[in-house]
Design a protein around this ligand. Structure first.
Ligand SMILES: [Zn+2]
Length: 164
């Protein structure tokens, strides 16, 4: 099953590598649905504004833009693994940027036409939280740039993760 999925994705996306998509990080398909009141209790006002109201944090003045430590970025709404430091790159945009998610199914996409600009929004697959946008000017191997909000994610350094 996993092998089949890997092959089909490899055919769809030449050069696609998902080395970090380990079973422990893979989205199991069970969505997290909370009421607005529950989200407000769980998140800080800034996190709520980004994840639930699709705000964008300030460029350069955010937590993970320049973070180069090895580790995993998890969703601040539901703790689903989203990105590995292995796919992070310095985009110069002022926001943490990645060329691929940790597992293909952990993020979802929606067309966003706010501000009169057509963009593709990136959402957490489990809680539907707004993470950022995806653009086609990223580096190899995918050519994609996942432009993320630091406050939508929580970084866990590799050294702090329980060993398998
Ligand atoms: Zn989430």
């Amino acid at each position: 099953m996993i092998t089949l999925l890997g092959i089909s994705l490899a055919l769809l996306l030449p050069g696609f590598v998902a080395a970090e998509c380990q079973e422990q990080y893979r989205f199991d398909g069970k969505k997290l649905v909370l009421s607005e009141a529950e989200w407000k209790a769980r998140l800080t006002p800034e996190e709520y504004a980004i994840l639930r109201e699709k705000h964008t944090e300030c460029a350069f003045d955010n937590e993970y833009d320049t973070n180069k430590e090895p580790g995993i970025y998890f969703c601040r709404g539901c703790n689903l693994a989203l990105f590995s430091s292995d796919s992070k790159f310095s985009s110069g945009t002022g926001w943490p940027s990645f060329f691929q998610p940790i597992c293909p199914d952990n993020v979802s996409y929606e067309t966003d036409t706010s501000f009169g600009i057509k963009r593709v929004e990136v959402l957490c697959s489990r809680c539907g939280g707004h993470l950022g946008h995806i653009f086609d000017d990223g580096p190899p191997p995918t050519g994609k740039r996942y432009c993320m909000n630091s406050k939508a994610m929580r970084f866990v350094p590799k050294t702090h993760q329980p060993s398998e």
